[in-house]
Design a protein around this ligand. Structure first.
Ligand SMILES: *Cc1c(COP(=O)(O)O)cnc(C)c1O
Length: 360
């Protein structure tokens, strides 16, 4: 059986370092907002080429607190892609704001900048882009529109650690990058974790207060904050793994290269463009008979996933909220299939997947 992803295998190379890091924390007796968190924040900001990083409890919280910093009036509109993981859209609702869905480009699967402007109203306050599957969005036109209409930009980088657009890393274009370190992400912790990156010291300080009950000075509360702290144990694990993130990315890019070269043209493969450095959180193909293909692969001992089976506008939780038509998003959701591509996969396994796929 070739698994879609085995998190034990992905983490095995780091077991000894994880144990040492855990032991440090255990011995230190300091578990919340200590040296491990501040070290990881410094290291991750440096990795991204960003001024500041604040560790948080999850990727969803990173999106929620990034939006919260701006105190937009209730009912303000936020532009988001129509095909994304539900968390992106939930973060907008958790701030009393209204998500406005914009269709993706069918080649990149990311928000189509050419369709943003027609959705802007006098209530629009921000554009929340998602660098889906580990490919950066086309940021030049997004930033141009944001400047023209004076909008904030937040990047959902949950799938794009280390991905670049024209040489610049995701999480450094907008006011905020919002990262998830959920265990399956390219930089995954051993539990829930997240962070924001920003160039703006004032916004950074505000997120640090918001994550800790709205307090900068102990027992003095400036904002109606929350508890969303990255803990010392997870921060220690993340520092261990961050040192190997470039190696993890190279491995995934090598496996993606095998798929790109090896898979027959019946499958729509991810586009490769020299302006984009893709990190392949997900390697997807599209095929009109996606479900039959998926069943066939499983019969042949290959597990796959679908990211995602139900588009946000068709989720029960969001029923009745969106009036538009989203045919491109629906087409992606109907035809996409994610192939095995993890740090734990060997070249021979990917070659086997390619062989079986090409016999379909
Ligand atoms: C995983 C993910 C999130 C949420 O991250 P959590 O850490 O699970 O809260 C948000 N957006 C996207 C695109 C994701 O893939």
């Amino acid at each position: 059986m070739i698994e879609y992803e085995n998190l034990r295998l992905v983490n095995e190379p780091f077991f000894e370092s994880y144990r040492n890091s855990f032991s440090d924390t255990l011995e230190s007796g300091w578990f919340i907002l200590g040296n491990k968190v501040s070290s990881f924040e410094r290291e991750f900001a440096a990795f991204c080429g960003s001024g500041y990083c604040a560790g948080l409890a999850s990727g969803l919280d990173a999106l929620i607190l990034a939006l919260r910093c701006f105190d937009f009036p209730e009912g303000s509109e936020v532009i988001v892609p129509s095909n994304t993981y539900i968390a992106t859209i939930l973060a907008v609702y958790h701030n009393g704001l209204v998500p406005i869905l914009v269709e993706p480009d069918i080649q990149s699967y990311n928000i189509d900048p050419a369709k943003i402007e027609e959705q802007i109203t006098d209530r629009t306050r921000a554009i929340l882009v998602v660098h889906l599957y580990g490919k950066a969005c086309d940021m030049d036109p997004v930033m141009e529109i944001a400047r023209k209409y004076n909008l904030r930009v937040i990047e959902d980088c949950a799938q794009s650690h280390g991905a670049k657009y024209k040489g610049k890393q995701t999480g450094t274009f907008g006011d905020f990058g919002a990262f998830s370190f959920y265990p399956t992400k390219n930089l995954g912790a051993l539990g829930d974790a997240g962070a924001i990156t920003t160039e703006d010291q004032v916004l950074y300080e505000k997120v640090k207060a918001l994550r800790n009950y709205g307090s900068r000075i102990k027992y003095q509360n400036e904002y109606i904050g929350t508890n969303s702290r990255l803990d010392e144990v997870q921060a220690g694990f993340l520092s261990v793994k961050l040192k190997k993130l470039d190696e993890i990315t190279s491995h995934k890019r090598r496996l993606a290269g095998l798929y790109h070269e090896g898979l027959k043209t019946d499958f729509v493969k991810p586009v490769v463009n020299p302006d984009y450095f893709d990190v392949y959180h997900i390697y997807n193909v599209r095929h009109p008979e996606r479900d039959r293909l998926r069943a066939y692969l499983l019969e042949n001992g290959i597990k796959t996933e679908v990211h995602y089976p139900v588009p946000p506008h068709q989720q029960v939780a969001l029923a009745g909220k969106f009036k538009g038509c989203y045919p491109i998003s629906e087409e992606i959701h109907r035809t996409t299939l994610s192939l095995p591509i993890s740090y734990g996969h060997k070249v021979e396994e990917i070659e086997r997947v390619i062989e079986v796929m090409n016999d379909f």
